[in-house]
Design a binder for this molecule. Structure first.
Ligand SMILES: [Fe+2]
Ligand SMILES: [Fe+2]
Length: 222
């Protein structure tokens, strides 16, 4: 029996959330350090800068591109809201950096290589299905899984407050992906495309997470 489009989209989201839950989180490294009484400042700053980068480029630029590629007025409204949410997330992380006395120019920041590669791959696409599968379903779904309150603890209280706020916005970003998959992934060929985008983004995100963790492990204690 052919899987209906709603079940297909739901299965893709479930995969992404499971992937996100399984990600070794940067917080573990910080948490280990925080048991000694001090959060590793250098690692925390790196984490905040990387998250700023993610909110700015993947968060703002990708949906800004996606909004050109879909032709449904309800999606225009929802994607515009996503852009506004992500711009606010970027601002929250930026303010935390300021509180910690760190000036920051996101355009000069070098994120983990896998994040940049994922961004460039998706941003180059002219296919709404590719961007929605990569961003809204895979990346946003992984974020929902990663920040699951049952499994994620942020050791820095200032950052924890930010995560608490942004966590509430993410499920609606995933729902945009669900709608686009339901409407656009209408043939077997298109569904295979969605699956291969997901596989690629998961691979790149896994590489980036490994890079992040090893960078934090070698950060000198302060
Ligand atoms: Fe965000
Ligand atoms: Fe988001």
């Amino acid at each position: 029996m052919v899987e209906d489009s709603h079940s297909f989209a739901a299965r893709m989201v479930k995969n992404a959330i499971e992937f996100g839950k399984g990600l070794g989180d940067e917080g573990q490294v910080l948490r280990r350090v925080s048991r000694t009484g001090t959060v590793n400042r250098k690692a925390l700053i790196t984490l905040l800068k990387d998250r700023c980068w993610l909110e700015y480029y993947e968060g703002i630029f990708l949906p800004a591109k996606l909004i050109h590629l879909v032709h449904d007025s309800d999606l225009h409204v929802e994607i515009a809201k996503q852009i506004s949410d992500e711009a606010r997330h970027y601002q929250l992380y930026l303010k935390r950096l300021e509180e910690l006395g760190e000036g920051f120019d996101v355009r000069k920041h070098e994120p983990p290589a896998g994040w940049r590669e994922a961004f460039e791959y998706l941003y180059r696409s002219e296919d709404p299905l590719v961007i929605a599968a990569g961003l809204n379903v895979t990346i946003e779904g992984a974020i929902v899984g990663r920040y699951d309150p049952g499994s994620y603890v942020e050791p820095d209280p200032g950052t924890a407050k930010i995560v608490e706020q942004i966590r509430r916005d993410e499920p609606s970003h995933v729902q945009i992906g669900v709608k686009i998959l339901e409407r656009y992934a209408t043939t077997e060929r298109k569904r295979r495309r969605v699956e291969s985008v997901m596989e690629r983004i998961i691979g790149l995100t896994s590489n980036a997470t490994r890079q992040l963790r090893s960078e934090m492990e070698v950060s000198p204690f302060k």
